[in-house]
Design a protein around this ligand. Structure first.
Ligand SMILES: Nc1ncnc2c1ncn2[C@@H]1O[C@H](COP(=O)(O)OP(=O)(O)OP(=O)(O)O)[C@@H](O)[C@H]1O
Ligand SMILES: O=P(O)(O)OC[C@H]1O[C@](O)(CO)[C@@H](O)[C@@H]1O
Ligand SMILES: [Mg+2]
Length: 576
């Protein structure tokens, strides 16, 4: 259940204020769409809305929502023209670029958008869309005036250097931009470190290396110092590579830039091997990480099958999202059990992990367990009574679940069951994210970089780029930062994994006996949308909070969730 989508939808339909929008071309509102724009404390140039008047448009100070017929919703990204009036535009130099002269349609249609939901029923509303990426006919910068910078923040990820390379080369070769600065050491580099001039020559072979040539860091995000530095250096395009924390930081930078009325584009490129960024199909480096994880799993398998009752335990990254573990397991087929943060498990008793291990060892003589670093943390903290520790960005520091579970297994079989086991624990976590990106990630990184460049040149700002159902789109920051992408254990992919490993579901037998979902509907434009609620109690609590916060109308139409407490059910009905 995407509870956050509900809150944002609610927040989007608050105040109504319109003005005409024509950022990149001689474009005018079509009869089917009415444009609505960011309202800010700055004065807006008033102009006419379309005469048709058949569509409703809603907007609040944060979001640009455009609605059309049959429930069409475009969640647009900010543009310079939202807060700076009378900016000159220039013809896009790409049209004179010999390499791109083969392209039949030089520029993407400004009305093109990418649908978030592509599986639809015959009569379902057209739903949410994002602006399609690509070069626009008019640009808001002359090549010589562009002064771009690139910064990388958060943990490492395969492909960072490729994106850096492609931003530098893309700006240079597509738009004739020669001034690109690398900011060293993450956000704090804006005000505390040196910068590196980046040219195609300097970045030429960097995609063959892991890591980031710019260095990275956690913490140190000081919005006003960063924007001061951007202003002082005369930077007018900021490319920010990083995960959810970084995108939040980029959003704060954008807001401050807009508040100061600066013509500076802020473009985010999502980075995380955890694949925990929502909306986009997957993040760059994820494929490479999954591929690299195969090597560790294979080693664990070789070790395990060579010894009596051999057990290979492999820990993979994934703080809150177990995608690497899940995909690596499905790809490998050597894994007997995969444990991820989204799927709680227990050790002792019927249906528990120890019982399953014993069964597998009896059947097969060996087994491989893959565990994501964020799995079972609730078990560890209960036992270890650990203090909450955080990294410099405020992310919770996790206990080493791989070591913990290995010890637990040794103790159980050695001391309690008096069984000889040979357990080998492999922790390849940093090896997996420090490698250079593979071929497919390299191509993906190139597309991301180019999409970001086209957007910034066209005057868009405050956006993240990424593929949505295979087509790249400009996504507003708030969509990327409001929730994390997590494995849905009631989806078919997790079922595929369970059927490949044959591991138990670790669900409490009492809860398995009845279906665990709640079906309800929310009133949105163009009709009712059904959401299937399949997650557990804390997700429901959050949902209730969001609903109350937004004052949305909700009606439960069916409650199949046996463990669903009555008082929450009551709150849900009250909230209308
Ligand atoms: N809410 C926030 N507002 C502003 N800046 C933030 C916020 N959260 C994180 N940042 C900044 O973003 C940078 C990176 O954040 P973080 O360390 O959480 O990594 P991340 O981008 O989420 O990547 P990873 O996938 O490695 O976790 C840090 O410099 C941090 O200070
Ligand atoms: O040890 P570091 O550099 O803080 O990074 C570890 C974290 O980074 C991530 O790889 C995300 O980038 C997480 O999976 C992991 O918990
Ligand atoms: Mg993060």
């Amino acid at each position: 259940m995407d509870s956050s989508s509900i809150s944002s939808t609610a927040a989007s339909f608050v105040t109504l204020k319109f003005r005409c929008f024509d950022p990149t071309s001689a474009y005018s509102a079509t009869p089917n769409h009415r444009r609505s724009f960011v309202t800010s404390s700055r004065s807006l140039t008033p102009c006419a809305t379309n005469s048709n008047g058949s569509m409703a448009t809603s907007v609040n100070s944060e979001r640009k929502i455009i609605t059309g017929e049959a429930g069409y919703v475009l969640e647009d990204v900010p543009h310079f023209s939202d807060y700076i009036s009378d900016l000159p535009t220039h013809p896009n130099p790409l049209q004179d670029n010999p390499s791109y002269s083969v392209v039949k349609q030089h520029f993407v249609d400004v009305d093109d958008s990418v649908a978030q939901n592509i599986v639809v029923h015959q009569d379902s509303p057209r739903g949410r869309h994002f602006r399609r990426v690509g070069p626009r006919e008019k640009v808001y910068f002359e090549s010589d005036d562009v002064h771009a910078c690139i910064v990388t923040c958060g943990g490492l990820c395969p492909g960072l250097n490729t994106v850096i390379r492609e931003i530098v080369c893309g700006l240079y070769y597509m738009y004739g931009v020669h001034k690109v600065l690398g900011i060293e050491g993450g956000y704090r580099g804006f005000y505390a470190r040196n910068t590196i001039p980046l040219t195609p020559k300097i970045v030429n072979g960097i995609h063959k290396r892991g890591g980031t040539i710019l260095g990275t860091s956690r913490g140190g995000h000081d919005t006003s110092k960063i924007v001061d530095s951007i202003q002082d250096r005369g930077i007018n395009q900021v490319y920010v590579l990083g995960g959810d924390g970084t995108q939040k930081g980029a959003s704060a930078i954008f807001e401050e830039i807009r508040r100061r009325g600066l013509k500076v584009a802020v473009a985010g490129i999502p980075k995380t091997i955890d694949n925990d960024i929502p909306i986009i199909d997957k993040s760059f480096g994820f494929d490479t990480a999954v591929e690299e994880a195969q090597r560790a799993i294979s080693a664990a398998h070789v070790e395990a099958e060579s010894f009596e009752n051999g057990i290979g335990v492999v820990k993979l990254m994934g703080r809150y999202s177990g995608f690497i573990a899940m995909y690596a397991t499905i790809a490998s087929r050597d894994v007997d059990c995969c444990l991820i943060p989204e799927s709680p498990f227990y050790l002792e008793g019927p249906g528990g992990l120890f019982e399953y291990i014993e069964k597998r060892l009896k059947e097969n003589g060996h087994m491989v367990i893959v565990i994501a670093e964020g799995a079972g943390q609730e078990l560890l903290s209960e036992i270890m009574h650990t203090m909450d520790q955080q990294d410099a960005s405020g992310n919770k520091l996790l206990q080493d679940v791989g070591l913990w579970i290995s010890q637990k297994i040794r103790d159980h079989f050695g001391k309690k069951r008096k069984m000889t086991i040979n357990l080998k624990y492999i922790d390849p976590t940093y090896m997996i994210r420090a490698v250079p990106s593979n071929a497919s990630d390299n191509v993906y990184c190139t597309l991301l970089a180019h999409s970001a460049i086209h957007g910034a040149m066209a005057g868009y700002t405050g956006f993240t780029v990424g593929p949505v159902n295979g087509r790249h789109a400009y996504i507003p920051f708030y969509r990327i930062t409001e929730r994390q992408n997590r494995v849905v254990i009631t989806d078919r992919m997790w079922a595929r994994l369970l059927s490949s490993t044959n591991q138990p579901s670790f669900l409490d037998p009492k809860k398995i006996s009845s279906p665990s979902y709640l079906l309800f509907e929310s009133r949105r434009q163009g009709g009712f949308v059904k959401y299937e609620m399949k997650s557990m109690q804390n997700a429901l609590k959050q949902l209730v909070e969001k609903i109350q916060e937004c004052g949305l109308y909700f009606r439960i139409i069916r409650n199949h969730y046996s463990a669903f407490p009555i008082n929450i059910a009551a709150e849900l009905t009250i909230s209308k």
